[in-house]
Design a protein around this ligand. Structure first.
Ligand code: E4P
Length: 193
């Protein structure tokens, strides 16, 4: 199992790198805003260089599918270890599977976000996503058990030999880390606090 850090704070990433537990970094627009990032491109390039081969997820900021593709292509040029976060469905409720499939076909790695159900995991895996993020906290907010969604998803991906790895995000407490790990998460992305 891998551990990513869910932050844009370069000091936090620096603090955890020597520990040997850090396998990658995830960000999103609200994390960047909260962490006071003014120049996203400059900051992402700094983080990407700092973490070497490890993957760094950067999320698109538009609901328009064409703009999403263009942004993703631009982000991917910032550094070789960039993974582009594409929503499973945008804020207008439109599925973004075509964008995910097209980017992966071009060799751009996608982290499909934010999956809240097993069915969404199946669709993103079939579209070719390198990662699919299941948002544990939000699954629980909807009254469902994230451990069940994680376990079923990982079992299905293994059974049918899909390359997609499950990242569990929206971690809100230490017990979420434990239950996600025991449910078989390939990766857990954890806020530094
Ligand atoms: C993970 O990739 C996300 O950045 C993050 O965990 C989102 O969690 P939230 O539900 O706190 O927004």
């Amino acid at each position: 199992m891998e551990i990513f850090i869910d932050t844009a704070k370069i000091d936090e990433i620096r603090r955890w790198l020597p520990s040997g537990v850090l396998d990658g970094v995830t960000t999103n627009p609200s994390i960047m805003y909260k962490d006071g990032v003014a120049d996203a491109e400059a900051e992402i390039k700094k983080i990407a260089a700092l973490i070497g081969q490890r993957p760094l997820s950067v999320e698109v900021t538009t609901n328009d599918l064409k703009e999403m593709t263009a942004q993703a292509q631009a982000f991917a040029k910032w550094a070789p270890n960039i993974v582009v976060k594409i929503p499973v469905i945008n804020e207008d409720g439109v599925p973004c599977l075509d964008v995910i499939a097209a980017l992966e076909a071009k060799g751009i790695k996608v982290n499909a976000t934010a999956a809240l159900s097993f069915n969404q995991v199946v669709l993103t895996a079939k579209a070719g996503a390198t990662y699919t993020s299941i948002f544990a906290g939000r699954v629980a907010d909807e009254g469902n058990d994230p451990a069940v969604v994680i376990e079923r998803s990982v079992d299905w991906l293994t059974r049918w030999k899909y390359k997609t790895k499950i990242i569990v995000g929206s971690i809100r407490s230490v017990i979420d880390v434990q239950s996600s790990a025991l449910a078989g998460a390939h990766v857990i992305t954890i806020p530094p606090q």
